[in-house]
Design a protein around this ligand. Structure first.
Ligand code: SAM
Length: 206
């Protein structure tokens, strides 16, 4: 996976490549998907949600440029796979999931695997989690029609947010940097995520 899917497509941050090699992705998918856990595609995780393709996860992590002392906010815990990677890359991970069953299962798996620097909350992540702000990095693992203002407001000056933005059918990854209190947006490659639900400007079901 690391050589053929990640390094071959240009992922070069050695810390990211190392954690992608180390974290056991098969632990985060159901028994009957385990033989596909390291393949080049997303997999179902229940509640009509998916764990993203390894390359997209690695690209988002590399783009965040996290430091060992960073505090990061993750929106969309899902299976907890990316949460574990974040837990290896930085000091503190605050992760928010709207589905209580996914949040509970991810939290107990992360505890079993020894990730003591990760906290999982059940909430509407489109509002962020102001109690722990500001964050050095924010990773949004669900598609939004635009950059949610509450999330940008919780990003530290100089911090980075990575988020899929666009209509439900197809989005692009955007890197948002907080610069002088304003968002500097860099458009990256195309992607397809499940929708971010909640808040005023998102769909109310799904
Ligand atoms: N990164 C996850 C992993 O490694 O398994 C996969 C995330 S999955 C693509 C997107 C997740 O975002 C789903 O679990 C979904 O329930 C969650 N989600 C969607 N809208 C949300 C919201 N407003 N707040 C929190 N979680 C949300």
């Amino acid at each position: 996976m690391v050589e053929s899917q990640l390094r071959a497509r240009g992922i070069h941050d050695q810390r990211v490549l190392d954690v992608m090699a180390r974290v056991p992705r098969h632990e985060f998918v159901a028994e009957h998907y385990r033989d596909q856990a390291y393949e080049d595609h997303p997999l179902p995780i229940g509640e009509s949600q998916t764990v993203s393709q390894p390359y997209i996860v690695a690209l988002m992590l590399e783009t965040l440029a996290l430091k060992p002392r960073s505090k990061v906010l993750e929106i969309g815990t899902g299976s907890g796979y990316q949460t574990a990677l974040l837990g290896e890359l930085c000091a503190e991970v605050i992760s928010v999931e709207r589905h209580p069953t996914l949040a509970r299962d991810a939290e107990s798996l992360l505890t079993r695997l020894g990730y003591g620097n990760v906290k999982v909350f059940v909430a509407d992540g489109s509002q962020g989690l102001a109690a722990f702000a500001p964050y050095d990095g924010i990773v949004v693992s669900a598609a939004a029609p635009g950059i949610p203002t509450p999330l940008f407001e919780q990003l530290r000056e100089g911090g980075r947010m990575i988020i899929p933005v666009g209509p439900a059918e197809a989005q692009e990854l955007q890197l948002v940097r907080a610069h002088g209190g304003k968002p500097l947006v860099e458009r990256m490659e195309g992607c397809r995520f499940v929708p971010l639900i909640g808040g005023e400007k998102y769909a109310s079901s799904g």
